[in-house]
Every structure is written in structure tokens, then in C-alpha cells.
Write a protein that binds this ligand. Sequence first.
Ligand SMILES: Nc1ncnc2c1ncn2[C@@H]1O[C@H](COP(=O)(O)OP(=O)(O)O)[C@@H](O)[C@H]1O
Ligand SMILES: [Mg+2]
Length: 377
Amino acid sequence: MLLRSMSAENYRSLRAIRMDLGRVNLFVGENGAGKSNLYRSLQLVQAAVRGTFAHEIAAEGGMASALWTGKRRPNEPVRIRLEAELMDEERAITFRYRIEAGLRPPAAAGFAFEPQVKAEELTIETGRRPVTVMKRAGPGISVRNESGRMAEHPEQALTSETAIALIGDAGHYPEVGTFRRAVSQWRFFHGFRSDRDSALRQPCLAVTAPLLDEDGANMAAVFATLATTRQDTVDLDRAVAEAFGGARLTIPEPEEFASYGLVFPQFPKRVFQPRELSDGQIRFLALAAALLSYRTPPLIALNEPEASLHPDMLPPLAGMIARAAGTSQLWIVTHSERLAREIEARCGVRAKRVIRNDGATWIEGMRLTGEMEDEDE
Ligand SMILES: Nc1ncnc2c1ncn2[C@@H]1O[C@H](COP(=O)(O)OP(=O)(O)O)[C@@H](O)[C@H]1O
Ligand SMILES: [Mg+2]
């Protein structure tokens, strides 16, 4: 399932932006250009599907902070609007999900920092014209039933809730479940903690881990799963050797806890424990676990993965990214021109340059429709 396009309005510096997406989406740009805002806008679509939208907005400072601060057209409602289009290529089904959220009217229910979800819609398209399968206006939700009619859903949504999460598998469109599962499985990785108390430096419960948790807490179990369940750590070993001058990752057979260590060629008899490794080494290992895990998420998004990595680790990082691109769609945000060049060369894509235009985030050379001017070159 491929994310085909994404649009956002009035979310932070995203005044109104729509972009077509491909398998590997690489964003570069200056500090403050809005790269993280783009990344977050996608994460919020996932939050809507998972039912954590209000929580996510409240945690980033509430609606007053999240809404675009700049000029608006007169009479334009003050609303964050996000839309994502996904395509199931095998079955040629397109899904379009849209959510609109605004401020709480002065005397309404709900809490001050929460968003008020005003509207949502999910449509599917299978070659013919699009069919609405779920629509929400205010608290009322309607869902398309087996006779193909829109029927009122028995439950009403609270203003802070998203209907897409609330309806579950209601309605008679198994495709809706496919859509929700795909979006829920996206993985976002941003700023792994690498300080002394970081989860990445602790052993973790030995529970089979096909995917890395977003905080990296099950990293040792991800490695153990590759070593024990798949019995294939070739890509992982290659990346580690390349990044750390010929070092080797040791993954003991786990009992109650899973752990790992590194052996460097200078000290072949000594296994370095996670607490002894540098921040950069720890973070590189976490990225390896994110990109080379047993199972592959439909989409992996990395926000500034180069942070605190030594420049020599950038080519192996790009190598892992190219490897992951074989099985997952990628959304990579970077501040590093070097990393961008390495990814461009390995994945055969051109980076999108994120810029500010009158305070609003934009992509250099992009038309209003979201297509790139030089797309057909
Ligand atoms: N509500 C808002 N309205 C307009 N701009 C905002 C809003 N919130 C944050 N910004 C702007 O977004 C920028 C930060 O964007 P961010 O995505 O973090 O940048 P980066 O490209 O460095 O990741 C800041 O310049 C800030 O001024
Ligand atoms: Mg950023």
C-alpha cells in the first residue's frame, strides 16, 4: 500500500501544500523550513487512525500553537486540514482520507488545548468514481452499509475523537480495515534517546520483535529476532562493519532478556556493552534496527537520522535506507547535504528542497497541484 499524495492546510508553517509522493521521498532544507512540520502532518494522519489525534495535538501545545499563525483569507474557517491518498497497487484501490479540526467554540464541551474534529471523510475508488464509505460532520457519523447506502452509525463521536478510529470495522467494506491497518503500521523515528538511561542501552525482555518500537526500546529483541528467528544478519553485519571500521555485532541467544554488544577489530577479545558505546554508535544501531527489522512496515519515516552520527556513518546509513527502500516506502527528512547525495545516488531519486515562501513551507520547483515542474525529465 503506497502513500500517493499528502496535503496539509493551516498546520503550523504548512499554509496550504499538496504533494505527490513516490517510493522514496527525500526532503532537505534549512533549519526552520518546515521539514519536521511536514513529517508531523503525516504522523497526525496516523494519529487520527489510531485514535490519538487529540492527544498528539494537545502534547505539542494545543490548537492555538498548531494552527497556522499567518494571514488567512477573509471568512476562511480556522481549520487544520489534512488529507492522505493511499493506493493498494495490487488491487488498484485508492483510498482518500481527510480530517478537519478547529478550535473549540467559547461555550462548547471539550478542553481548551484539544482540537475539535469538525469533519472527516474516507472514500475508496476502484476505477470508477469514488465512493464515500465513512463521513463525519460534527458528532454524527455515517457509514456505508451492505446495501450500499450511507447509514447513521449508532455511536456519536466526541469532538476530540476521530470517527475513523471509532468506527472500527463497522460498515461492510473490508477495504476500510486494509486502509486502517496500513496506516497504523507506518513507523516514525525521530531522535532516539542515547543518554545513559536510554532504553537503547538497556537489555529488553526477550519477546520476538518483528518491528522496532518508535522509541527503540525493543532494539535488542529486534536484533535477537533477526539472529534467532530469521537466522540471517547479513545486511545488519555488513552495515555495522562498514559504519564502525570492521566491528562485529554480537547477539547472544536470549533467555529472559535480549542484549547485544560490539567487538572492534582493535580489541578482538573484548565485547563492548551498550552502556560503553558512543551516542552516535547507539543511534546508528537503532537506525539499523528500524530499517533492517524482520518485518517491513509499509512506510518508514525518519526525521534527521544523521543527528549525532559521524560523517563516515552516512554512506552505510544511506546503504541501509536503499536496502529498506526495496520493501518499504520511505519518507526521509535530512539537514545533511551529504546524506541527501548518498541517498540520491543509491535510490535514484532527487531530493525535494523544502523552503519558506512568505513564511509558508513550500517545495522548490513544485506546482500548486503538487507535481514537480521537471517530473518528466
Ligand atoms: N503555528 C505556526 N504557524 C506558522 N508557522 C509556524 C507555526 N508553528 C511553527 N511554525 C514555524 O515552523 C518552523 C519550524 O518548522 P520545522 O518543521 O520544525 O523546521 P525544520 O525544517 O527545521 O524541521 C519555525 O520556523 C516556526 O516559525
Ligand atoms: Mg526539524
